[in-house]
Design a protein around this ligand. Sequence first.
Ligand SMILES: N[C@@H](CCC(=O)N[C@@H](CS)C(=O)NCC(=O)O)C(=O)O
Length: 201
Amino acid sequence: MKLFFSPTSPYVRKVRIAAIELGLEDKIELILTNPWENPPELAKANPLGKVPALMTADNKVLFDSPVICEYLDSLDRRETLFPASGKARWDALRLQALADGILDAAVMIRLDSLRPEAEQDSDMRKRQLKLICRALQSLDSEMTRLIGPLTIGQISVACALAYLDFRLPDEDWHKLHPKLDCWYSSWMDRESMQATMPPPA
Ligand SMILES: N[C@@H](CCC(=O)N[C@@H](CS)C(=O)NCC(=O)O)C(=O)O
C-alpha cells in the first residue's frame, strides 16, 4: 500500500498511528506529498487534492482519514479500532468526529495565520477558538470514554490535542483541562505517538 503523506498533517498522523497500532506500518510505503503544490499524482488519486490518501494493494484509492483508518482496521481480523456495534462503536465514532472537528477548526486558524496580516479574519478565528474550547470542555466531561480498549476515538483525540500544541501553542488547554492533560501525557508515551512526531514547527 502507498500513503500520500505530509509529516505535519494531523489527519495523516491519525492514519499512521492507526497503522502502527495495528502492526501494519511495514506494509505501507510513505509518499511524501505537499498538497498545497497540487501535485498531479495526488489529484489523480484523490479528486479533493488532500492528504491522506491511501492506494491499496489492489490499486484502489481511499480517502479521507476516517475511511482509511476503518479500511486498515478491516485488514486486521480483530477489528479493534472500530468496534462493530453498540455503545462502543458510537462512542468511538463520536469521539473521532469531535476530535476531527477540533482539527478542522485549528487548521482553518492555521491557514488564516499564513495570510498577510491585513487579510486575516479575526471573527473567524474567534469563532473557531470558541468552538475548540467547547469541544475540549465536552471531552473533559466524557473522560470515561477515553479510557478502556484502544479505539479510533482515542487516536483521533490524541492527534487533535497534539496538533493544538504544535500549531496553536498559545492556546494553553493543558491548565484548563487537567484531566485531559493527564490522559494525554500518558498517551504521549506510546510508541506510535513518538514515531509520528511532526518536525519542529
Ligand atoms: N477530512 C480530511 C481532511 C484532510 C485535509 O484537510 N488535509 C490537508 C492537510 S492537513 C490537505 O491536504 N489540504 C490541502 C487542501 O485543502 O487543498 C481527512 O480527515 O483526511
